[in-house]
Design a protein around this ligand. Sequence first.
Ligand code: SDX
Length: 365
Amino acid sequence: MDQVKKGLEGVVALDTQISFIDGVQGILRYRGIEIEKLADLSYDAVSYLLIYGKIPDAGELKPFSMELIKERDVHPHLLDMLKFCDFEHEFLDALRTAISVCAHFDEDLNDISEQANVRKAIRLIARFPTLVAAFYRMANGLEVISPDPSLSHGANFLYMLRGALPTALEAQAMEKDFILSAEHELNPSTFALRITASTLSDMHSAVISGLCTLKGSLHGGAREGVMDMLDDIGSADNIAAYVQEHLEHKQRIMGFGHRVYKTYDPRARIYRDIAMQVATEKGKSHWFDLAREIESVMYHEMVENKHKPIYPNVDFYSGVLYKDLDIPSYMATSIFAIGRISGWIAHFMEQYADNRVIRPRAHFV
Ligand code: SDX
């Protein structure tokens, strides 16, 4: 029997056509196209690319977007049912519960045919923003805002959150955020989803596996950790002490390091640019400037202590962007999920087509 690889580090578990990562060069491609080339498309177009394997032409994109827009609404009874949630502390849990409840109202729930899976995929992609924005409104005692069919996925999310139209740059930033969060090969939540799909369980169950896994602070929960870390550090003169103390106690600094990228996460670079643009538009660069300083201190401290640099990952500058969009940290992982859902759907479809149960071995000790 093979040697155990802790955390399956370096283990190649399956073939995929969905994405490619080169952790040494810092390259990420969705369906063979560099992430840098995709970041300026719409989230609808990138979701189509991930699921169907090609960038849609106008004739393909329009009906796909229309389908998504048609499915944005959620039943008001569903939101009433969730009033018991303590959203400040259970925001992602509420999303997981909501998807569980949605499953019971979905007549396609246990129909695992391709047509039913496509219908369920549209409903899930369309409703994540509506649910997350509604929870925010309910958490703050505000009236829930219905989706606006004239707005893009990103603009509509900010509109439902605030009850006011976002600026063009803010809407563009949200679209980029969803695109950059959409897909990342066999990360923990996607792999959990594929294991569930590999037994031919249904799409809602697989997505819930993904949500439960994404919640962890070492994975999707890191974005919230970055936002809280920025608050804890507060100003540049506290950075060195904060970093040194964490490193001394072998505590991880949120938003840095990656199992695959041993260089700059290409997504972090794109997030850094859009976060800077939003900070500039708002005339408030405190959080962005603090983040830049943290990055520099982390680099030097790690080179000094561990003789190897460490770089920001996808969660670092996205945390800065959310702060400058006035998004509370307890929403961060759920917003990550709004982006990730289309990558999860693509992997679900690919796993169903693969039709092989994922079942590794364990070494008895
Ligand atoms: C995501 O896999 C994906 O693709 C995930 C993701 C996606 O798109 O789905 O990219 C999203 O989850 C990004 C990662 C978000 N998590 C965080 O930001 C939490 C902080 N990061 C660390 O927990 C860590 O970097 C991991 C979990 C991301 C990766 O850990 P590894 O590959 O298991 O690395 P490791 O724990 O073996 O660390 C190697 C060394 C250790 O030092 P030594 O024990 O060798 O002395 O580097 C150190 C670690 O202590 N280290 C850190 C660190 N990350 C690694 N030290 C301080 N702060 C950190 N963030």
